[in-house]
Design a protein around this ligand. Structure first.
Ligand SMILES: [Mg+2]
Length: 155
């Protein structure tokens, strides 16, 4: 499966605060952004299970900068979709959407924004909304992957 994660307030604290992964000296010196506690374990587990991990963000950070953040934590990212890439892809659709995972063959998108649920319903894609305060968020992601696998098998 291809899974994508939003950045701000999903994996990176932005307007909301949540516990973050420990940073090493180099990350502190370079001012690398903090990422949510449990990200390393979750993403590497999902990758070990054969899933592909994308970052799908409406932010203007460059693809290289985003890959670099995760690389310093020992987390490889398969693909990065930033605002620029999203806008370019949406040019070929007759509607606009804040995020449209099917344009990138993404099976489940993980995000903090409940507004995406409406778009997911209207445009038929799968999102898993994770509250920034949720401590057991990694297990919720794993659960939604399992549920989607089960649903797909029934089709
Ligand atoms: Mg967000």
């Amino acid at each position: 499966m291809i899974l994508s994660f939003d950045l701000d307030d999903t994996l990176i604290p932005s307007t909301k605060l949540f516990r973050t992964e420990k940073q090493n000296i180099l990350q502190r010196i370079l001012g690398v952004e903090k990422i949510r506690y449990g990200t390393h374990r979750l993403i590497n587990q999902l990758r070990a299970d054969g899933h592909h991990i994308y970052i799908y963000t409406s932010s203007l950070r460059s693809s290289i900068a985003i890959r670099f953040i995760f690389w310093t934590y020992g987390i490889p990212i398969d693909k990065v979709i930033n605002k620029q890439r999203h806008d370019k892809a949406m040019g070929s659709y007759p509607f606009s959407c804040s995020k449209y995972p099917p344009a990138f063959e993404i099976d489940i998108h993980i995000d903090d924004s409940p507004g995406l649920l409406v778009e997911a319903k209207n445009y038929d894609f799968c999102v898993s909304i994770i509250d920034p305060q949720e401590l057991d968020w990694g297990n919720l992601v794993v659960k939604s992957v399992k549920e989607k696998t089960r649903r797909d098998e029934k089709l």
